[in-house]
Write a protein that binds this ligand. Structure first.
Ligand SMILES: Nc1ncnc2c1ncn2[C@@H]1O[C@H](COP(=O)(O)OP(=O)(O)OP(=O)(O)O)[C@@H](O)[C@H]1O
Ligand SMILES: [Mg+2]
Length: 225
């Protein structure tokens, strides 16, 4: 489902006396259809950068990425937008939720962006909010939520369109161990039910242990996979 070949990402210019960073420094990684992979490694080793380039939110400096056989590294802005909307669910550290909408409206937003009828996803959005333990907050606005609640709302939104790939950057970062366990269990269920391919960055060994495989990164490289 995902194939990364010798990917590099350089931030800044090489001649900019020391400020250039090789966030990815020759990453190769294959992830199968329906596989659930946890990415671990120290702060700054390139985990978020890897998720960004996998999801077409940022472009590689060199190398190749194929997602569901599409050459992500060759797509233009229009192609990347289509890929993101049709195939990928994102759960990122900065949630990209819209503050003026309610939780429920935020969850249904991906459907609205695809010009689908407003009520088409009502039942599914209710089901997802229940699954992440947020049904009692459906009509709250964003500023009325805690960090962990926002994170769970973002997760429900990412799952609305049943993406074939779910990219999650520390999805349990603001959650206690009980809420974390519930989210990870939901990931496993979704993976098994829909064969969703899941790539999850986490700093928690306990959370990572629920994945099928742990990929360790150091200094922009994969050191075990
Ligand atoms: N936009 C940017 N411009 C310049 N350098 C960047 C940029 N984004 C990230 N970096 C650098 O690239 C490296 C990798 O960053 P990345 O965010 O991928 O790390 P990470 O593994 O996700 O860390 P963390 O666990 O702290 O989230 C870091 O050294 C960071 O300082
Ligand atoms: Mg990060």
């Amino acid at each position: 489902m995902i194939r990364v070949e010798n990917a590099t990402k350089l931030y800044g210019r090489p001649d900019a006396n020391g400020t250039a960073v090789h966030a990815l420094n020759g990453v190769s990684l294959h992830i199968g259809h329906g596989e659930f992979v946890a990415i671990m490694g120290p702060s700054g080793c390139g985990k978020s950068t890897l998720l960004h380039v996998l999801g077409g939110l940022d472009v590689l400096t060199s190398g190749e990425i194929y997602l569901d056989n599409e050459p992500v590294h060759q797509l233009n802005e229009e192609g990347l937008t289509r890929l993101r909307r049709s195939k990928i669910g994102f759960v990122f550290q900065f949630f990209n939720l819209l503050p003026t909408l309610t939780v429920e409206e935020n969850v249904r937003l991906p459907g609205v962006l695809q010009n689908r009828p407003a009520n088409e996803f009502a039942a599914r959005s209710a089901e997802l909010l229940a699954a992440v333990g947020m049904e009692h907050r459906a009509h709250h606005r964003l500023h009325q939520l805690s960090g962990g609640e926002m994170q769970r709302a973002a997760l429900a939104r990412a799952l609305l369109m049943e993406p074939c790939v779910l990219l999650a950057d520390e999805p349990t970062g603001n959650l206690d161990s009980e809420a974390s366990a519930r989210i990870v269990k939901l990931f496993r269920e979704i993976g098994e039910r829909h064969r969703t391919t899941i790539v999850m960055v986490t700093h928690s060994r306990e959370v990572a242990a629920s994945a099928h495989r742990i990929v360790e990164m150091r200094d922009g490289r994969v050191v075990t996979s």
